[in-house]
Design a protein around this ligand. Structure first.
Ligand SMILES: [Zn+2]
Ligand SMILES: [Zn+2]
Length: 416
């Protein structure tokens, strides 16, 4: 059975970019060979994933993880390199135009999953599944190397800080690359399933820090003070009107506050109050609109209450926007080997977005949930995944990388 249906593809002229340049996969690689190769590395993949899980490292400290990955790849005859920060880059064969990406960092979370291979690094946990991403990509690399398919494997640090992808791109990890694919473990999707969305998949995120200041004083005499608590409270409530009244109802946006800090006593109006929040959006227009409105609102609230208000923005990554044609081809290639399911975009964010600003590609959600013990959300201390998902993750990466390698690379580079 061909992996890629030429007849069906050629009928659809709107997808001519990807259709005209493919090399039918059934002529390149036999499906059974792929499956055998994957089954051959599966036990090693599980062992590697558990080894990484036992030794999680925080963002920009992934030295041990990078060494473990490099060692594993070189033991299987692959050459690796790294930059001057924790990272691994490896070409499975010369001149790849397709890259696959995994992230390596863990989170400052105390593990309570009960796994027998739980973290041995107190207060640090692979609670976002990056151990699985790395282990799957290592094994995908071994399989593609054996099959002679050229692909660049990118193992980046610091996804949780939203910085690693940028660092890899600036260091040259995408040089010569025209297409990229990545995946994230997804507990709310069933194991054996995958979602590859068209267009927007994950949101852009920004954070802001506001300091309200004013002459505080006795709670019994508020008229002699400038009340930072009331100003902040009013600001918090009114700002929800930005999402509900300023932004087009057909657009998506979220504005949430995660930290509010001020005061020491019940009867003292504090002279300083800190407020921190996050904004999630999908388009640059809405992103800019919300930022403008927050600043305007802060100005008016402070004017009314006579407080001072300073805001500092921490610009996060852009939205993850999948290339719709590429995503559609991914779904076609994967269909039959893994259950391809529909899923909605999520307000979470991912620094994979930076790669997609440079080259065409897609970021997929890999199902890892099967029962109540594997449904806890990412970043939770009880996060666990059904390890049967590793097989499907490797299969997805191998199939997508193989088909994308047959595309006309020059069409993929957004800078071209
Ligand atoms: Zn995460
Ligand atoms: Zn993650």
């Amino acid at each position: 059975m061909p992996l890629f249906n030429k007849e069906e593809g050629c009928e659809n002229r709107t997808h001519s970019l990807l259709i005209q340049h493919f090399i039918p996969l059934d002529k390149l690689i036999q499906e059974s060979k792929i499956e055998n190769e994957i089954r051959g590395v599966l036990d090693e993949c599980i062992r590697l994933r558990r080894e990484l899980h036992r030794h999680p490292e925080l963002s920009l400290h992934e030295e041990r993880t990078a060494r473990t990955i490099s060692l594993f790849l070189s033991e299987h005859g692959l050459k690796t390199k790294s930059y001057d920060f924790p990272s691994v880059v490896c070409d499975t064969a010369p001149h790849p135009v397709v890259a696959l990406r995994a992230d390596m960092d863990a989170l400052p979370v105390e593990e309570a999953s009960g796994e027998e291979f739980s973290s041995e690094n107190k207060g640090v946990m692979h609670a976002c599944g990056h151990d699985a991403h790395s282990a799957m990509l290592v094994c995908t690399g071994v399989v593609l190397h054996r099959l002679g398919v050229p692909v660049r494997l990118i193992f980046q640090p610091a996804e949780e800080l939203g910085r690693g992808a940028k660092m890899m791109i600036e260091a040259g990890a995408l040089d010569g690359i025209h297409y990229i694919f990545g995946l994230h473990v997804w507990p709310s999707i069933d194991v054996g399933s995958i979602a590859v969305l068209n267009g927007p998949a994950m949101a852009a995120h920004d954070e802001f820090h506001i300091t309200f200041k004013g002459p505080g004083g006795h709670g019994a005499y508020p008229h002699l003070t400038r009340d930072t608590v009331l100003a902040a409270s009013n600001f918090i409530l009114s700002s929800q009107g930005i999402v509900s009244r300023v932004v087009d109802p057909l657009e998506s946006a979220v504005l949430s506050y995660g930290r509010i800090e001020g005061g020491h006593a019940s009867n003292v109006i504090p002279s300083k109050l800190l407020l921190e929040g996050t904004v999630r959006t999908f388009t640059p227009e809405v992103r800019a609109q919300i930022r403008r409105s927050i600043e305007q609102l802060l100005g008016s609230v402070c004017l009314f209450y006579g407080t001072e208000g300073n805001i500092q923005w921490e610009e996060g990554g852009p939205a993850v926007i999948n290339d719709s044609e590429f995503a559609e081809q991914c779904r076609k290639v994967l269909n039959g080997k893994i259950k391809v399911v529909d899923y909605r975009p999520t307000m979470g964010s991912e620094d994979f977005a930076y790669y997609l600003q440079k080259v065409r590609g897609a970021f997929a959600f890999l199902g890892t949930g099967s029962d109540s013990s594997t449904r806890a959300s990412k970043h939770s201390s009880i996060f666990r995944l059904d390890e049967r998902s590793l097989y499907y993750g490797i299969m997805s990466e191998v199939l997508v990388a193989s088909f994308a390698g047959g595309l006309d690379g020059d069409k993929g580079n957004k800078q071209a």
